[in-house]
Design a protein around this ligand. Structure first.
Ligand code: GDP
Ligand code: MG
Length: 163
């Protein structure tokens, strides 16, 4: 069985865009509209020279706000149970939200390798919010742009090291 790399994070940070780029073929649907129903997707792909299963997570987009903590917990727990490495994606442009902090808390306690991925960092955007990302206690944020394909050499290396 191949090691599992799970992509987690709140809606709209660019998880599916990251998934598509790491999968090198478009399997996930990238949609600007929150509220679109999307299932968990999984592909086999190669990251950092290693064959892995890559999982995109969703589901929060469909949840009414009052159920978000429960849904998040459920989808996070399921992915966490199975994952060998977690990519926690945050939005370098938008900055941190309480939901990002909740994800970070859960992941710190899970004790699995986590790579903190600061997406939407093209052209050095979000250099300032990288500072606040240290607060999450998950180490150095790794700046990438899933849309523009920046930072992927480093990301591939980080995943390979964590496996
Ligand atoms: P998800 O909800 O976390 O799966 O996020 P999506 O992959 O659906 O992306 C949400 C939005 O962010 C879309 O409008 C994407 O085009 C946009 N997006 C994703 N990656 C980047 C990026 O690297 N830079 C910028 N500026 N926008 C991005
Ligand atoms: Mg998505």
């Amino acid at each position: 069985v191949l090691p599992l790399v799970a992509i987690l994070g709140r809606p709209n940070v660019g998880k599916s865009t990251l998934f598509n780029r790491l999968a090198r073929r478009r399997i996930a649907i990238v949609d600007d509209t929150p509220g679109v129903t999307r299932d968990r997707r999984e592909v086999e792909t190669e990251i950092g020279g290693r064959k892995v299963r890559l999982m995109d997570t969703a589901g929060l987009e469909e949840a009414p706000p009052e159920t978000i903590p429960g849904r998040m917990r459920q989808s996070t727990d399921t992915a966490l149970d199975m994952a060998d490495v977690v990519l926690l994606v945050i939005d370098a442009r938008f900055g941190l939200t309480p939901v990002d902090k909740t994800f970070a808390d859960i992941l710190r306690r899970a004790g699995k390798p986590v790579i903190l991925v600061a997406n939407k960092a093209e052209g050095r955007a979000g250099a300032a919010s990288a500072m606040e990302a240290y607060e999450l206690g998950l180490g150095d944020p790794l700046p990438v742009s899933a849309e523009h394909g920046e930072g992927f050499g480093e990301l591939h290396e980080a995943v390979a090291e964590a496996l």
